[in-house]
Design a protein around this ligand. Structure first.
Ligand code: SF4
Ligand code: SF4
Length: 463
């Protein structure tokens, strides 16, 4: 008996040659596959959704918004015209600036194309030109300083200061945390420059996990980095890359670790491994999809966090991410911040650009350190009885602590050459500034063929 049903059609690329090819979404019971055929390289079939919530129930409609400024024309078709081009359906929310290709840790898995010997870092004048391009393109936006490993730069505080001076309110640092662990003075300088948030690579609570994924036992360094961020009042989001057979069973432990270190830890942002950068092999069939992560969160928190507490995004394409917001109560329990009823509102089509603006505001508020009088500014990450979760003694106390003791749990499933859906990509709101000053949706910028060839990463900066 045939159980497979055609759910819809889209376009993708061939993982071998990156040519644009038609694709079908096929549903078989609770699994959804992307199936595509390249005339030259054959058929590719990859799992994109497995389990509950059901694929069809997760979608939400948006009224597309064209980019504020289009730097490129539609010439070759998506994904080859990024700039952004007029076919893009979402405005920018968050911009990634790759401020170096250098790194102080050579992970077996890595998004960025870091190498041992690299070209010179973009200097401050180049970075200023990127900031100004963003202002001329509808900014300011939320900024992610990324790399390589941005903390290898001595002038990172100046880059942050310059961004704030030009009007960028929220600046986040993507880091492995090694420099933050061993150099508290550097952390202090980053804080003085106005750094709002550290997005800390954090794959689990054991050295074995870090050893497997990053090639080193890093737990002590992660804790030291967290202590220094707490001391200087910088909000931290833990960012685990989820790899089957390595750290999926650590999801609950990571969330508990984050709860213990609230309010300085502001969120946990899970990223199932995607296969680009230095990982161009054919992906294993055990790829982790969004519903499976949500299910693991429910299972590994003994049902304290439930599937219905998580919602699709309002900004990017619904199938790119999930999020749930929680408040820590005085008994140590996490309670959902939005009621399950609120989930139903997502069925209403919204204007895409409004979703991007809301996402920008939410991230800037939630991921920054709380401005409270009782969150351990002596540097301690231990909570006292006085500040252990929500104080409900009075309405004022309640409202103040609602702002402080919230934890955002989210995840994003990046698209690689196997899973790429151009419909999803056109809705992207996370954009990388290329060396030649164009805005490239993150998944297009990092897209590689199986042999590692990239569409956008190799573009040289103009002389
Ligand atoms: S991803 Fe967006 S900007 Fe890039 S080619 Fe497609 S529609 Fe244009
Ligand atoms: S970065 Fe990729 S997964 Fe995230 S919103 Fe953009 S297209 Fe979707």
């Amino acid at each position: 008996m045939q159980t497979e049903v055609l759910l819809g059609v889209t376009e993708s690329v061939c993982p071998e040659c990156l040519k644009r090819i038609p694709a079908q979404k096929i549903i078989d019971d609770d699994r959804v596959y992307l199936v595509k055929e390249c005339p030259e390289h054959g058929i590719f079939r990859v799992l994109i959704w497995r389990g509950k919530p059901a694929y069809a129930s997760w979608g939400n409609q948006k009224i597309p918004s064209t980019p504020t400024i289009c730097a490129t024309e539609v010439e070759h078709g998506c994904p080859f015209d990024c700039g952004l081009c007029p076919d893009h359906r979402q405005q920018t929310c968050c911009v990634v600036l790759e401020v170096t290709e250098r790194c102080n840790l050579y992970c077996p898995i890595c998004f960025a194309d870091v190498k041992q010997s690299v070209k010179a870092d973009p200097d401050l004048a180049v970075i200023e030109s990127w900031y100004r391009m963003l202002l001329a393109s509808g900014g300011p936006y939320n900024i992610q300083l990324s790399g390589g490993e941005p903390t290898v730069r001595e002038d990172l505080p100046e880059i942050i200061r310059l961004g704030h001076k030009l009007g960028f309110e929220f600046i986040q640092l993507n880091t492995n945390g090694l420099r933050l662990a061993r150099d508290p003075y550097y952390v202090e300088q980053l804080k003085e420059a106005g750094l709002n948030c550290v997005f800390l690579q954090f794959d689990g609570v054991s050295d074995e996990i870090h050893q497997t994924l990053r090639g080193a036992a890093l737990m002590e360094a992660k804790v030291a980095a967290l202590d220094h961020c707490a001391k200087y009042g910088i909000g931290v989001v833990l960012v685990p890359t989820l790899v089957p057979d390595v750290n999926i069973s650590n999801i609950g432990a990571i969330i508990r670790f984050a709860i213990e270190r609230m309010p300085h830890i502001r969120g946990v942002h899970f990223q199932p491994i995607s296969y680009f950068g230095r990982y161009p092999d054919e992906p294993p069939a055990t790829r982790m999809t969004i519903p499976e992560i949500i299910q693991e969160i429910e299972n590994q928190t003994a049902g304290q966090l439930k599937m219905e507490h998580f919602r699709p995004p309002g900004g990017e394409n619904a199938y790119c991410s999930f999020h749930g917001n929680f408040i820590l109560m005085s008994d140590g329990e996490l309670k959902p911040w939005a009621s399950p009823q609120a989930t139903k509102c997502c069925a209403k089509p919204g204007v895409a650009a409004e979703g991007a603006k809301n996402a920008r505001r939410f991230v800037a508020k939630q991921w920054s350190a709380p401005t409270c009088g009782n969150c351990g500014d002596d540097g301690s990450t231990e909570r006292t009885d006085r500040n252990n979760g929500i104080n409900t003694d009075s309405l004022d106390a309640f409202l103040e602590q609602v702002n402080t003791y919230t934890l955002a749990i989210s995840g994003m499933a990046f698209q690689d050459a196997w899973t790429l859906e151009l419909d999803r990509l056109r809705d992207c709101l996370i954009h990388v500034v290329s060396p030649d000053g164009k805005l490239i949706p993150f998944c297009a910028y990092n897209l590689t063929a199986r042999d590692g060839r990239s569409i956008y990463r190799k573009q040289a900066a103009p002389e």
